[in-house]
Write a protein that binds this ligand. Sequence first.
Ligand SMILES: Nc1ncnc2c1ncn2[C@@H]1O[C@H](COP(=O)(O)OP(=O)(O)OP(=O)(O)O)[C@@H](O)[C@H]1O
Ligand SMILES: [Zn+2]
Length: 661
Amino acid sequence: MANPNQNNDNNKNNNFFNNNPLLAFAIFSIVVIMIFKVMVGDGGSEGLGSMLGGQQVTQNKHVTYSEIKKEIKEGKVESVKLASSSIEAIVINQNGTKTRYSASNVPALDRDLIPLLEEKGIKYEGVIGNGFFAEMFSMLLPIIIFFAIWIFLARRMSKGMGGGILGAGKADKLINSEKPNTKFDDVQGVEEAKDEVKEIVDFLKYPERYIQLGAKIPKGLLLVGPPGTGKTLLAKAVAGEAEVPFFSVSGSAFIEMFVGVGASRVRDLFAQAKKEAPSIIFIDEIDAIGKSRASGGQMGGNDEREQTLNQLLAEMDGFGTDTPVIVLAATNRPETLDAALLRAGRFDRQVLVDKPDFEGRLAILKVHSKDVKLSPDVDLEIVAKQTAGLAGADLANIINEAALLAGRNNKKMIEQSDLLEAIERAFVGLEKKNRKVSDMEKRIVAYHESGHALMAELTKGATRVTKVSIVPRGLGALGYTLHLPSEEDRFLKQKHELLAEIDVLLGGRAAEEVFIGEISTGAGNDLDRATMIIKDMITVYGMSDVAGLMVLKRSEHSFLGGAGAITEYSEKMSEAIDAHIKSTLEEHYEYVKQTLRDYKGAIEKMTAELLEVEVIEGTTVQKIIDEYEKEHNMSSRLVHKPKEEASQDTSTEQDIEDTEK
Ligand SMILES: Nc1ncnc2c1ncn2[C@@H]1O[C@H](COP(=O)(O)OP(=O)(O)OP(=O)(O)O)[C@@H](O)[C@H]1O
Ligand SMILES: [Zn+2]
């Protein structure tokens, strides 16, 4: 679920100059130089001249200071005006006319001048004016320039870690506050996620009801899913439905700021939200702040991130469950998050916001075509069919792109051909990061996942299926079978559960071989995991005859610490281990293939259903198996049945094969 597009809008909250440090510096310098020029004037003479306005001056003469001094000594000067670095003297000519002598660059240290003027009885006065400011400026300018350069360099240096100094002053902008009009109807294709957040709306609307009952309301909820699936939109819709203020920030923007600001902004954010409670805080890209402390470790920005994270944790712990502020956060990399963030009372609930299936895509397309003009020939179902694997944001883009295409061709309405071309463009653009799945690949994936699902439902000790999907999930996985997480935290696994896991893992590959007739690379990951389970059973858990109770390797989870080999073992032993792994896999594989053959019709049905709608529920899987067994008068091997039925056959005939000899 990598997101190559993610940096696009990282800076969206930053101010203009932050994004253009060079420009900012240039403008800044020009302004300083202009102010300087205006104040100092051209050498100061014109400026001073106007101050001597009353005189009957017929001429102006630019001379050197020594010349003026000479005139003074000769007694020809009537009056003098002094500025800190320039001087003007009104000199009376022989014929009685007056000439204004002016000189710039007067040596400031000429201490003889004033006594001389006194001696000669010449009127003189100092001018606080341009000269003074010029002086100030000539002193300040280097400092100003120094600061400008410093800011410029700091800005450039911090760019690497995404920082910004100018941003510090503008940090208020980082917190967006609004009262969105978004409603749940605007978010489509993520029905389960919607259901999960609906109760929050009620709490935000009628907090007293819950508080009075003493109910504990979730403080934090993590929206997890690939980019563009509508996490932000969903968070906004919660605020919109509840009609409460929505405060949003982006995790990456926090980290970009001046040292120490991140933490204080978190404080501000919570203070604001609490003040306007009930309210919603939304933190996008929370992984930018909440990266596991263990995984980080580069220079600089890290401290800042950690401070920000600690502040966030402190804030979340700081308000009680009776404060109607709910923090929603979004990420597409939940696995990188610091465990502290996921602890109880923080983001202890996760909501999957997945890519939409066919129905979802159709609904999203409908939402986004509300504001555009579609020609009657448009069939959105076809568009939905052809956009498997795309997220809501991609679909919104397709509609917009189609509108642009239609506009370019001067059409009155968007036609089907515009939409199809827009789809094409979307896929070309996505080619590298998210290629379109071919029909053949889809078929393989559908059989593969059906194989997993069947084994999971038929094998005692396996976790049940909640959902089977052939909607590609980001990079890599072309489909997946979701298993119900166990209700309680499990610390122990019994041997039969480990063996069941192996059967479920092998179900994918076996289905490809049995139903497609050829195997693919799609099972690589499954086989890797199955192999590791058997290996651990032998070397870590003492579950085989090969090594008996002897532990050859310490598990990663051992409280004794230090995973890895702890016992030297012979070549012969290692050969025996390999042979055992191989034969166990083979035996289980044969068994799984036979099971799939026995349930051929059920697999075909599941596969057809998957190809049609892309996502099926666990209950559908069970129903298909159930019906197939009834049809063929098979005694039921379905181990995960609804309670009443299950009581009849808790011990199924599908005994757990013990492969140890
Ligand atoms: N499920 C959806 N229903 C309707 N529109 C959607 C949906 N998902 C995305 N969109 C459209 O795409 C836009 C971007 O989606 P949004 O920003 O909510 O995605 P996101 O999951 O937050 O993405 P990211 O992980 O990149 O931040 C939305 O404003 C909306 O127009
Ligand atoms: Zn698989």
